[in-house]
Design a protein around this ligand. Structure first.
Ligand SMILES: Nc1nc2c(ncn2[C@@H]2O[C@H](COP(=O)(O)OP(=O)(O)OP(=O)(O)O)[C@@H](O)[C@H]2O)c(=O)[nH]1
Ligand SMILES: [Mg+2]
Length: 464
């Protein structure tokens, strides 16, 4: 009996694995202990599917159960567990791609007694069958949904266990500490409590370092997936909308030489050097009597407040104004890139003054009508999007669930360090270490809760 059967998951399931719509082929995936025998009932080919070697393909036709009609000419792949996607026996039927064809073949598969799979059910079986852990399963979903190169690379690394290994390593370390604490508790006469407490505190401090790095990378992963919330700000007429249009390679925002053209916040999702940005153009910031423009300025300020990165635009063909100086001062503590725009026009602005006001932030001579400064902007965006020293092989798309668990585990471990320093009893320490170990276990699905599993796998598309 397979692992899945012992979990009562022996029902054979089927679904269309390819996207809906016309295409040259479509694939129906069937998984479960009866996959081969049931599909065999409606397959007519050179030989029966039951006699096929595992991981081979056979040409033939799908017929109705009554054999009254031929539904399609197909290629059928037979893959016997456990070396399959779900770890069960899997049959994949490649049909012609018309929706009617694939639907009628699926209907016939279901008529043999196979059940329609729920969204994500194949992947859930891969998890329950022990082939992948929860973080890897989530990586598969990320891979399907990845919209940029970097998101794809990171998702693949997660599927291949990048995140899992890190988490397992930390859990192992915690487990060793738990063992150490247990021994000390069992033999109190050895009077080793002090030494043990010191050792635990030191080791946990190291682990906290790792965990903090993991949290930073997890945040980077979120940026890869959802895009960095980036807002273009500056005085009226400095070229903010021109910049949005240039980066979006589209005529998205109205550009005129009238200051105060943009009133609403306009958002566009785009990629710069592989980084996904949710880029917003805003109304120029200035004191104004115009009630409509006032509303626009209020919106600009709200967008600025929620930004993860600011592109602060200054007009290089004019002297700095009070509004520029104020903006540069007010955004000092935000991640930002300063673009001194209109580099094609005679240079007027006092660049030294801008650099001084910029503090640590990069200052780039830019032009929104030719491409001056574009490469510098790209590399500045890459530098600022990810944590310093983010190792390439450590990219993974930790999601909000992972991040919350890491943060909770971090809180618990901080508590352990404080407690160890104030000499609480060993059993209290042990309880906290154990809690952190359980929390990290949830990341990889070591202690899965049924409702959590349902919630995660339901986000998958049908047939995956
Ligand atoms: N020569 C030159 N003109 C530019 C450049 N960028 C923008 N402009 C011009 O500057 C004027 C204002 O550009 P916009 O992009 O509308 O400026 P904005 O910052 O969005 O202005 P508001 O929406 O009013 O806040 C337009 O006439 C643009 O063509 C540039 O790099 N070089
Ligand atoms: Mg504008």
């Amino acid at each position: 009996m397979s692992a899945l059967e012992s979990l009562g998951l022996s029902e054979t399931i089927a679904a269309i694995a390819t996207a809906a719509g016309e295409a040259s082929i479509a694939v129906i995936r069937v998984s479960g202990s009866e996959a081969v025998s049931q599909v065999d009932r409606i397959f007519r080919g050179g030989r029966s599917l039951g006699r096929m070697k595992s991981h081979t393909v056979s040409y033939g036709h799908i017929v109705t159960l009554s054999e009254a009609a031929v539904l399609d000419e197909v290629l059928v792949t037979v893959m016997r567990g456990p070396r399959t996607y779900t770890t069960e026996d899997v049959v994949e039927i490649s049909t012609h791609g018309g929706m009617n064809t694939v639907q009628s073949v699926l209907a016939e598969v279901l008529r043999t007694g196979v059940r329609l799979a729920e969204p994500g059910e194949f992947t859930k079986r891969a998890f329950l069958g022990g082939r992948i852990d929860l973080a890897q399963a989530e990586g598969i979903m990320e891979l399907i949904q990845a919209q940029t190169d970097s998101a794809r690379v990171a998702a693949l690394s997660q599927v291949e266990g990048g995140l899992t290994q890190r988490v397992r390593g930390m859990r192992q370390a915690l487990l060793e500490l738990m063992a150490h604490l247990e021994v000390t508790m069992d033999y109190p006469e050895h009077d080793e409590e002090d030494a043990t407490t010191r050792l635990v505190a030191a080791r946990i401090r190291e682990l906290l370092e790792d965990l903090r790095a993991l949290i930073r990378y997890a945040r980077d992963g979120r940026i890869l997936r959802e895009g960095l919330r980036t807002v273009i700000v500056g005085r009226p007429n400095v070229g903010k909308s021109s910049l949005l249009n240039q980066l979006a390679r589209a005529d998205r925002a109205i550009v005129t030489d009238v200051p105060g053209t943009t009133r609403d916040v306009l958002e566009e999702t785009l990629q710069i050097a592989g980084v996904r940005l949710r880029l917003a153009d805003t109304a120029g910031l200035r004191e104004t009597e115009d009630p409509v423009e006032q509303l626009g300025v209020a919106r600009s300020r709200r967008a600025m407040g929620a930004a993860e990165l600011l592109l602060v635009v200054i007009d290089g063909s004019r002297a700095l104004e009070e509004d520029d100086v104020r903006l540069l001062a007010n955004t000092r503590d935000v991640r930002r890139i300063i673009l001194v725009n209109k580099a094609d026009l005679p240079h007027v602005v006092d660049l030294d003054e801008v650099v001084r006001l910029a503090g640590e932030s990069p200052v780039i001579r830019y032009c929104a009508v030719n491409e001056t400064g574009l490469l510098d902007l790209e590399s500045a965006v890459v530098d600022l999007s990810f944590s310093q020293g983010h190792p390439r092989d450590m990219t993974f798309l930790a999601n909000a669930r992972h991040l919350a668990l890491f943060e909770r585990a971090g809180d618990v471990l901080e508590r352990v360090v404080v407690a160890a320093e104030s000499r609480v009893t060993i059993d209290l320490l042990a309880a906290d270490v154990r809690e952190a170990w359980v929390l990290l276990g949830e990341v990889v699905g070591e202690t899965p809760r049924e409702d959590l599993l349902d919630q995660i796998f339901r986000q998958f598309c049908l047939g995956k």
